[in-house]
Design a protein around this ligand. Structure first.
Ligand SMILES: Cc1ncc(COP(=O)(O)O)c(C=O)c1O
Length: 394
């Protein structure tokens, strides 16, 4: 079977061949354990790891490579940030501020903390998914240990006002964590300029390998308290134990550097493709709704609903396109998207939402073909439902 056109780049991205080439020596001859300090294999692995850490730190505008803690991915990084910072507090009352549109990696970690007696404020967002920094300010209290707000939403592409939220946190002396899985490598990132204290990100959203991520933890004063969630050999200064996969770390660093290098050109190109796709749909069909960010969102993101058509019914008719519904990346179940519900959308629009994620490999011919097939199938679905209604009214 011919492979469908891949339009699900928020879920994951293909491995860049340049990244694979850079990884291969560390899967073959340089396979050593970076913690082996007594021979050449270990030294070479350790040198590669140090280099990868330096390059990742530079790419996100961090001051010191020691601020990069490698993890297995964004889910682990988010968990380390939330559980690690809040559990490090010895106070009886502990409070955390987040938003209703976070990824389950954050929301479920919050739920786990609630089970430990932590109070959690989940702040609402506006119709485009944006959080009001003054709501963050109002929610911070004397017991607040952490504010966690995702940088860019993987369903609707909304980018949060990070500078303003970070400024509020700094003023109130509360560490600021951000889930950057969909942001890093796609838009300009500088943790020091923005004032982010903890940033979670990973390789597989930026054409790197799966199974590797990082948590940036700001060094210096005031110190960010972090209790490890994995215990073991004391690797990474005791913050995250476990033998590191050097090949993945090397691939991660190169993948991010390539994305940073190409991001301006790619962002412009993907915005143009997204606008072209949306214009084709809107020109051909009535009742097309764009969900989430209208301006300034993630370049490759288009979340759309079609009046009277459920996404679940549409997708099986489109095997040539690899798309997802609004909820597909966030969870394994078919619950309606908590993000779209939080935007205040009507249930029909939530059920109708399709998430289209363009990427580096997407071309004009791909979006034109996608538009043509979507238009055909939406028309067919609407025709079938109006025939059914007519039949029913006879
Ligand atoms: C915003 C966000 N956070 C976290 C994750 C989970 O990332 P990982 O697969 O690296 O654990 C995703 C993946 O879809 C995401 O989009």
């Amino acid at each position: 079977m011919k492979r469908p056109i891949y339009l699900d780049h928020h879920a994951t991205t293909p491995l860049d061949p340049r990244v694979l080439d850079a990884m291969l020596p560390y899967l073959r001859e340089d396979f050593g354990n970076p913690a082996s300090s007594t021979h050449l294999y270990g030294w070479r692995a350790e040198a590669a790891l140090t280099d990868a850490r330096e390059r990742l730190a530079a790419a996100i505008g961090a001051g010191d490579p020691a601020e990069i803690v490698f993890t297995s991915g964004t889910t682990e990084s988010d968990n380390l940030a939330l559980l690690g910072v809040v559990r490090a507090s010895r106070q009886r009352r502990r409070h955390l501020v987040t938003s209703v549109v976070e990824h389950p990696a954050v929301l479920d970690a919050c739920r786990a903390l609630e089970g430990e007696g932590v109070e959690v404020s989940r702040l609402p967002v506006d119709a485009e998914g944006r959080l009001d920094p003054s709501a963050v300010e109002a929610a911070i209290g004397p017991h607040t240990r952490l504010v966690s707000v995702g940088a860019a939403n993987g369903e609707v592409g909304t980018v949060q006002p990070l500078d303003a939220i970070a400024a509020v946190c700094r003023e109130r002396g509360v560490p600021f964590h951000s889930d950057g899985a969909q942001w890093v490598g796609k838009l300009p990132v500088s943790v020091r300029e923005v004032g982010i204290d903890l940033l979670a990100f990973c390789a597989h959203k930026i054409y790197g390998p799966k199974g590797i991520g990082a948590l940036y933890v700001r060094g210096g004063r005031p110190r960010i308290p972090l209790q490890p969630i994995l215990h073991g050999g004391g690797h990474q200064a005791g913050r995250r134990s476990g033998t590191l996969p050097v090949a993945q770390c090397v691939g991660f660093a190169l993948a991010l550097e390539l994305c940073v290098e190409e991001k301006d050109v790619e962002a412009r190109r993907q915005c143009e493709l997204r606008d072209r796709l949306l214009a084709s749909l809107e020109d051909a069909l009535p009742g097309v709704w764009r969900n989430g960010a209208r301006e300034g969102g993630l370049p490759g993101n288009l979340n759309v609903s079609f009046d009277g058509v459920a996404a679940d019914a549409l997708l099986p008719a489109l095997p040539e396109l690899a798309l997802s519904t609004g909820s597909a990346c966030a969870s394994a179940n078919a619950e309606p998207s908590h993000v779209l519900i939080a935007l205040g959308l009507a249930e029909e629009r939530v059920r109708g939402a399709l998430r289209i994620g363009l990427g580096r490999g997407t071309g004009v011919e791909d979006v034109d073909f996608a538009a043509q097939r979507l238009i055909e199938e939406v028309r067919r679905a609407r025709g079938a439902s109006s025939r059914a209604k007519l039949g029913g009214s006879r």
